[in-house]
Design a binder for this molecule. Structure first.
Ligand SMILES: NC(=O)c1ccc[n+]([C@@H]2O[C@H](COP(=O)([O-])OP(=O)(O)OC[C@H]3O[C@@H](n4cnc5c(N)ncnc54)[C@H](OP(=O)(O)O)[C@@H]3O)[C@@H](O)[C@H]2O)c1
Length: 335
C-alpha cells in the first residue's frame, strides 16, 4: 500500500517517507479500512515534531514505535473484517478515530487495520473528506460539552469558536439545545461560526461585560475552553455556581496557576479533557451522537485545505502555521 511514515521525529520536511509498505491484515477484533481521506490535527503534528517530549512525562500516553504512520482521523470503506467482528461488514462506509493513540499505524495510508470500536458508520450524505474532519475535533467537542451532564437549556461559552474543536463544540451545543456564546479574534473567523446564538470578537469587545449582558447577569454553566491559563481571568468571573470549565488546551500558558478560592467558593469543576484516553463509554456515546447528527445533515464541516499524500509535509506545515481556519485533510483517493 502507499503510505506516509516517519522513523524519527523532527520537522515535517525532514522526516517523512512516502512509499510502499505491506498491506496490513486485520486481527480478529479489527477491520481493515481502505482510507480515502485522512485528517491532520495539531496532535498529529506534535507527536511527529516531538513537542513536549523533553518537558513532560507522557511517554506512556504516546509511546514511540520504530515506524509511525501518522494521523488519528480518517474515513473510508471496510474491505476486510476480522473473525470476531459482527458489527461491521465489508463495504461499510466508516469514519475512524483515535487511530494513533498507543498505536503505530494511523490513517495516512491506503489501508489501516483498526479495532471495530474505533470506527463509526459514515452516512451516504457525508463525504470521506467530511468524515475525516470528525475524529479529534468533534469527539473532543462532544466530550468537553457532555463530560458533566446534560446541556439542554444551559448557557455555554465556547472560546475560539472558529477553531476545529470550537466549530464542532458550537454546533453540538446547539444540537443539544443549549444557548451558545462563542468568542473569536476576527471578523473573518466570526463569519465561519454559523450556529452560535452570540459571537463576540474579543479583540474589540469587553468579553466579561458582554457575556453578563447576554446572560442577564447570570453567567454561564459550562465553558469549552481552548486556552485555560490565559482565559482564567474572565472565565472564573462568568462561571455560574456548580459550573464546569472543560479545558482541552492551554497554549498561551502551559503551566497555569488558578484562583482557587474564587472557583472553590462556586463549587466549580475544572475538567481537563484528553480525548484519546477519555472513558470508552464516553467515546462510544460521542461517536454515536456525531454519526446521528450526520444522518440528519445537522453538522456543517469546514475544510480549509486538501493535500495529496505525497505533500503530507505541507499539510503538517499548514496546521502548524496556525493560519488555517478549518480542517486540513489529505486526500488519499479521489473517490
Ligand atoms: N486535549 C485534547 O484532547 C485536544 C483535542 C483536540 C485539540 N487539542 C488541542 O487544542 C488546540 C486547538 O485545537 P484545534 O484543532 O481546535 O485548533 P485550530 O483549529 O487551529 O483552532 C485553534 C483556535 O484556538 C484559538 N486560540 C486561542 N488562543 C490561542 C493561542 N494562544 N494560539 C493559537 N490559537 C489560539 C484560535 O481562535 P481565535 O483566533 O479566535 O482566538 C484558534 O481558532 C491545539 O493545541 C490542539 O493540540 C487538544
Amino acid at each position: 500500500m502507499l503510505a506516509a511514515w516517519y522513523e524519527k521525529k523532527g520537522q515535517a520536511r525532514d522526516v517523512y517517507n512516502i512509499g510502499e509498505l505491506e498491506n496490513p491484515e486485520p486481527m480478529p477484533n479489527e477491520v481493515r479500512v481502505r482510507i480515502y481521506a485522512s485528517g491532520v490535527n495539531h496532535t498529529d503534528c506534535k507527536r511527529r515534531s516531538g513537542h513536549g517530549d523533553k518537558d513532560w512525562n507522557y511517554a506512556h500516553h504516546f509511546p514511540d514505535f520504530p515506524i509511525i504512520i501518522p494521523n488519528n482521523d480518517g474515513a473510508g470503506i471496510i474491505d476486510k473484517v476480522g473473525s470476531d467482528v459482527s458489527t461491521f461488514s465489508v463495504g461499510d462506509r466508516v469514519w475512524v478515530f483515535n487511530a494513533r493513540y498507543r498505536r503505530a499505524f494511523g490513517t495516512a495510508a491506503e489501508f489501516i487495520t483498526i479495532p471495530a470500536t474505533l470506527i463509526s458508520r459514515l452516512p451516504d450524505n457525508t463525504s470521506f473528506i467530511e468524515g475525516a474532519c470528525l475524529g479529534v475535533p468533534a469527539m473532543t467537542a462532544h466530550r468537553c460539552l457532555y463530560s458533566d451532564g446534560d446541556i439542554a437549556g444551559k448557557n455555554i461559552l465556547v472560546t475560539g469558536g472558529a477553531g476545529n474543536v470550537g466549530n464542532y463544540a458550537v454546533q453540538l451545543a446547539k444540537l443539544g439545545k443549549a444557548n451558545v456564546i462563542t468568542t473569536v479574534s476576527s471578523s473573518e473567523k466570526a463569519e465561519k461560526v454559523l450556529m452560535a446564538d452570540h459571537i463576540i470578537n474579543y479583540r474589540d469587545t469587553d468579553v466579561f461585560s458582554e457575556i453578563m449582558r447576554i446572560t442577564d447577569g447570570e453567567g454561564v454553566d459550562r465553558i469549552v475552553d481552548v486556552n485555560l491559563g490565559v482565559h482564567w481571568e474572565i472565565n472564573y468571573k462568568i462561571l455560574k455556581e456548580n459550573g464546569t470549565i472543560s479545558s482541552y488546551s492551554s497554549m498561551g500558558d502551559r503551566n497555569p496557576s488558578f484562583p482557587h478560592y474564587e472557583l472553590m467558593l462556586g463549587n466549580a469543576n475544572i475538567r481537563l479533557v484528553m480525548i484519546h484516553c477519555s472513558p470508552f463509554e464516553a467515546l462510544q456515546k460521542a461517536a454515536d451522537d456525531i454519526t446521528n447528527a450526520l444522518k440528519t445533515n445537522s453538522l456543517i464541516h469546514n475544510v480549509a485545505r486538501l493535500f495529496a499524500l505525497d505533500k503530507i509535509h505541507e499539510s503538517n506545515e499548514a496546521v502548524e502555521s496556525g493560519e488555517m481556519i478549518g480542517n486540513v485533510i489529505i486526500q488519499i483517493s479521489d473517490n
